[in-house]
Design a protein around this ligand. Structure first.
Ligand code: 5GP
Ligand code: MN
Length: 339
């Protein structure tokens, strides 16, 4: 956003508007934290604002302020559609392509609203009038914090906004340990805590809220489902839907499992495959120079960041894993590179 655009948006938002905030398919902590952080800010500014998600998200995010007002498009398309059609502004948070919001993308594309992308994923598509985008940001929440400051409202940060933004910064940085974590990340977090973010409590709400099934599923993955391919410094898990059922799977239960594969000494590429109703969902993580965004784009119809990406496949679970293993030789040199 250049200075003229900042001025323009500020002036447009100086009177109450109809605003819709949308975020990506299977929203995570950053998707919901940034959406509800912005939602709570716009409420303060007296706008009429609604957060619409393409589908459901994990229960460990249900405490976020404003959660009970979120509309799930997959369950209530008739409520969501007129809101999208009538909106003056649609804020698109934490995604870079309308494909990432599934059928909700058709409604967003049709709407005459001014679209505004706030995102930190690589290679954003050109579908918005305004864009606050940098891959340098550790999370979309960091950019929502910047947006509020660009609107000259830094002093308006309150506990609700701060709790939402802290959540996304924490989850997208793996609790402030990924290389995306900078001095600035910590400076913003300090400011959020000053504004009322309940940092320790948020860690408890997100990470210490396991069901017995989730913990046992993790144990099962680690002891029975891990494959390590030393030759490629690669490790992966795959889970069938009957295995999910056996452990009473709930949305979000497999989040973070892929990181255990990456934590093995010498492993620089980790993958996770899971059989979902719609398709096979894949998650990729890397350490060092291996770029999983490129890998996911090329092989699994996906994308994301250099060290964390995802994708999907219409193959069966077994076929997707076979495909994965069969393309590894192409990457052998990269995967064996000393950092
Ligand atoms: P996760 O593996 O946690 O689902 O996702 C890791 C990162 O990759 C996130 O930033 C997420 O937005 C992105 N991502 C996950 N799945 C997909 C996908 O199917 N397509 C694209 N373009 N990005 C994805
Ligand atoms: Mn994010």
């Amino acid at each position: 956003m250049n200075q003229a655009q900042i001025k323009e948006v500020k002036s447009l938002l100086s009177t109450p508007k109809n605003i819709v905030i949308v975020t990506h398919w299977s929203p995570d902590g950053d998707a919901m934290g940034s959406s509800l952080g912005l939602y709570n800010y716009f409420l303060l500014k007296k706008h009429k604002v609604t957060v619409i998600t393409p589908n459901d998200y994990p229960a460990f995010l249900n405490w976020l302020p404003g959660n009970n007002k979120v509309i799930d498009f997959s369950k209530k398309p008739k409520v969501a559609k007129p809101l999208v059609a009538k909106a003056d502004f649609i804020f698109c948070l934490d995604f870079n392509s309308l494909k990432r919001i599934s059928d909700l993308g058709i409604e967003v594309a049709k709407s005459k609203a001014a679209k505004f992308i706030i995102d930190h994923h690589l290679q954003p598509e050109d579908f918005a009038k305004y864009m606050l985008h940098t891959t340098e940001a550790c999370s979309t929440c960091e950019l929502v914090y910047d947006f509020i400051h660009l609107m000259d409202d830094g002093k308006k940060l309150n506990k609700n906004i701060a709790n939402c933004l802290y959540t996304g910064m924490m989850t997208d940085t793996g609790s402030f340990r990924f290389p995306s974590t900078t001095e600035r990340t910590h400076a913003i977090v300090a400011d959020l805590i000053k504004a009322g973010a309940e940092n320790s409590e948020i860690h408890n709400r997100i990470y210490d809220d396991n069901t017995e099934g989730r913990l046992r599923l993790l144990g099962y993955c680690l002891s029975e489902k891990l494959t390590v391919l030393k030759e490629y410094n690669t490790a992966f898990f795959s889970l069938r839907s009957d295995e999910l059922k056996r452990f009473n799977y709930k949305k979000g239960d497999t989040e973070g499992v892929v990181n255990y594969a990456l934590s093995i000494e010498g492993i620089c590429f980790a993958a996770f495959f899971v059989e979902r109703d719609e398709a096979i969902k894949t998650s990729f993580r890397s350490k060092g120079s291996f770029d999983v965004n490129l890998f996911a784009r090329k092989n699994f119809n996906g994308g994301g960041h250099a060290h964390a990406a995802g994708g999907e496949s219409d193959l069966t679970l077994d076929e997707a894993v076979i495909k994965f293993v069969s393309v590894l030789p192409e990457y052998k040199k990269q995967l064996n590179k000393k950092k």
